[in-house]
Design a protein around this ligand. Structure first.
Ligand code: ADP
Ligand code: MG
Length: 700
């Protein structure tokens, strides 16, 4: 059924893109690449930005960088065949002239430019050799009566080979269809929610977003109703929230092996620790014990600032599983962290005769085969590693508990694939996740809908506060004296080099340069260098040397960011600290202040320091509360950056923006809960609309 004959009442989900005018096989493939299969998908493919072609800019009012529509007559056409082949001409009007430049010599284009007509050009103004010019403008031949568009022109996210104008043409057809549909025909949300939140019409919001008359219209609320952007953001968040709630419900429906203490193992382990558990650790572990005692899989996240002792809580949990003759898989985001954890668990578990192995991508050959066998036979009880733990070739005998350290480094998809992995086994494993990135409450609300959360909000006693100093790079020499003094007292120092550009090699070079320089300046010290390009046995060796104290000063890239624990290291120097976010600096700083001695963190910066940079380092100096710093980071930089690049995909909402629309999250949460409880039949369509096929697949 071609779209022209589709009844206006055909749901847009049932109109395939191939029914639109001008969509052949090729376009269909391109649209599929953007996950666009139906008219509804197109409708929710929202503009990235808008161009303003509503008015002509006079040729004497142009400036570089502006994107505008101009009109005039073509004169002085030149075709340059030598040097870089190009066409230039002049656009003239009574107000002035502008050079147009094209870097291809198409006959059609030359034809268009030769006919002495008025043309309109849209493009960006830049400074050329002979004054202002427009390179590769879009051109349109016009007459006196050609009208200007009344609306802003939407620019959509597109894919290679799919021209913006074709995409616009497709979406335009869907909008025409939408315009004929009665207002509420298209609504998935029940009336109850619409009136509760005073949501305006979805149809109007969509029509506005695709073709706004002006920029204000997008964010302006109409009476008590939210703006078109907010209207959609609430709905999108509801869908996101529902998908996670549903995942949770699916997981909770499955069976898990209940785990509770069988012997004295746990009490004995706790008894022999050189310290007492903090109250917060006890509380978190109580939550876990309660979860594990049931036949429902646990889904719990432990949030606790760096150094709050999460690893120990993980160990207690693991012991419960082992006490039930079950296997535990502990996953860390990087090789270096996996090794650290392995060494820690090795120290704890070997005296208790608990067989422990470790597995990362770099373990190969015979060693790998032997490890895989131990895992498959059930001989290995505690298994530590990276995501290699969840490859297809790894078969577990009786996996009942999965622990994920530094969970925020893994995306939602990875989290989900783990659950899938568990599902082939009779019982689904319990899951414990840990994160040291304090997530502001609003963000946590959006991200961890599917998890129960325990917070460890107390550091072990006796920790010395860390003194943070902020100083310009130019005072580097003074630092050398301080380092010498610290090391002379048998203490150790970290020197962290940050990423100059998004490239491993470059950071390595910076770190290497600093390393050589420090070796020359401080010949009496034993200096080590660690960076991401080293092989993991080498990294482990260096970390071990630092841990046992045979390295005084460790120069590193940010690989030591999380999890590394050397209580004798009491000073950390961070170079170019202005380049890092608050959350990351806070993480790094958490590597010191782990012992009984007063500790320092010295933030070096390059002059001049920007205003935001100054503010950011100032916050760090004034506070050691990770949650407070995370809130500030969110204000300063937006959500994506707090969570690091890995997480941005997960946070790539279509309309919603965490920093801008935070206030809407509680509404979305409430709405999602009402939907699930009272209108469960609406949830699937809403998730499909906003999260598309990918999510539908994950939920299947
Ligand atoms: P994180 O929460 O950052 O993962 P760790 O688990 O690495 O923190 O713990 C940091 C340090 O605190 C470790 O040296 C650990 O042995 C120690 N620690 C953990 N719990 C306690 C406690 N209750 N009392 C004293 N020290 C503790
Ligand atoms: Mg840790």
């Amino acid at each position: 059924m071609p779209i022209a004959t589709a009844s206006p009442y055909t749901p847009l989900t049932e109109i395939a893109v191939s029914q639109l005018r001008g969509v052949g096989k090729q376009t269909q493939i391109q649209l599929a690449r953007l996950n666009l299969y139906t008219a509804e998908d197109l409708l929710f493919h929202l503009p990235l930005r808008y161009q303003d072609r509503r008015k002509l800019t006079p040729l004497n009012q142009l400036f570089t960088g502006m994107e505008c529509l101009v009109e005039g007559q073509v004169q002085q056409l030149h075709v340059h065949r030598t040097g870089r082949r190009s066409i230039t001409c002049q656009l003239n009007s009574t107000q002035g002239y502008l050079t147009l430049r094209f870097f291809h010599l198409s006959g059609h284009l030359q034809q268009q430019l030769r006919t002495p007509k008025n043309i309109r050009c849209f493009g960006e103004i830049r400074m050329g050799i002979h004054g202002l010019e427009m390179v590769h403008p879009e051109i349109q031949i016009v007459t006196q009566t050609t009208e200007l568009p009344q609306q802003l022109t939407p620019i959509y996210p597109t894919t290679e080979g799919l021209h913006q104008s074709r995409l616009q043409h497709c979406i335009q057809q869907v909008l025409e269809l939408l315009a004929k549909i009665p207002d509420d025909f298209y609504e998935i949300l029940p009336k109850k929610i619409i009136s509760l939140f005073q949501l305006g019409s979805l149809k109007d919001a969509l029509l506005t977003l695709h073709q706004p008359k002006n920029f204000q219209e997008l964010t302006q609320s109409c009476g008590k109703s939210p703006s078109p952007l907010a209207r959609l953001a609430i709905e999108e968040w509801m869908a996101h929230h529902l998908s996670l709630l549903q995942l949770r419900a699916e997981t909770k429906k499955q069976k898990a092996q209940p785990l509770f203490a069988q012997t004295e193992l746990l009490t004995q382990f706790i008894k022999q620790l050189p310290f007492q558990l903090t109250h917060a650790q006890q509380r978190a572990f109580k939550d876990i014990e309660k979860d594990l005692a049931t036949t429902q899989p646990m889904l719990r996240l432990i949030q606790g600032d760096v150094g709050s002792g999460k690893t120990l809580v993980a160990a207690l949990t693991a012991l419960l599983a082992v006490d039930n003759q079950q296997q535990v898989a502990l996953m860390a985001p990087t090789e270096i962290l996996a090794e650290q954890l392995f060494l820690q668990f090795h120290r704890w578990f070997v005296p208790l005769n608990i067989p422990i192995v470790w597995l990362t991508g770099k373990i190969k050959g015979q060693q790998r085969t032997a490890t895989l066998e131990k895992i498959a036979s059930g001989e290995a009880k505690m298994i530590v590693g990276t995501h290699a733990l969840f490859q297809e070739t790894v078969l577990y005998k009786s996996l009942s508990l999965i622990i994920i350290d530094e969970q925020h480094r893994f995306g939602v998809e990875q989290r989900l694939s783990l659950r899938k992995k568990g599902a082939d086994i009779q019982n689904l494993p319990h899951q414990l996740m840990m994160t040291a990135t304090p997530i502001p409450r609003t963000l946590a609300m959006a991200l961890y809908v599917d998890l129960d959360v325990s917070v460890i909000d107390e550091l072990p006693p006796g920790r010395q506060p860390i003194t943070t100093l902020v100083m310009p790079e130019t005072r580097r020499a003074e630092l050398m004296e301080r380092i010498k003094k610290i090391c002379a007292e048998g203490k150790q120092v970290y020197w962290v080099c940050t990423l100059i550009e998004a490239s491993d090699t470059l950071t390595y070079e910076t770190a290497n340069h600093t390393y050589e320089q420090l070796q020359r300046t401080l010949p009496q010290l034993r200096i080590g260098l660690i960076h991401g390009q080293l092989k993991s046995p080498q990294k482990a060796e260096i970390m071990e040397a630092f841990k046992v104290g045979s390295i005084d000063l460790l120069v590193s890239t940010t690989v030591i960011e999380v999890g590394v624990d050397v209580p004798n290291a009491i000073c950390m120097i961070i170079e170019n600290s202005e380049r890092l976010g608050l959350a990351q600096l806070h993480q790094l700083r958490g590597r010191v202040g782990r012992g009984k001695d007063a500790s320092y963190c010295i933030l070096l910066y390059q002059i001049p320091l920007s205003f935001v940079g100054k503010q950011r380092l100032g916050f760090l100096k004034e506070s050691s509360d990770g949650f407070y710093l995370a809130e500030k980071d969110l204000e300063l930089r937006g959500a994506g950056e707090i969570l690091g690049t890995r997480q941005t995909g997960e946070l790539a909402f279509r309309v919603a923006e965490l920093a801008r629309d935070q206030a809407l999250l509680p509404l979305a949460k409430q709405g999602a809960e009402i939907l699930l409880a009272e209108f469960p039949e609406h949830t699937k369509a809403l998730i499909r609309r906003w999260l598309g096929y990918k999510q539908a697949y994950l939920l299947a």
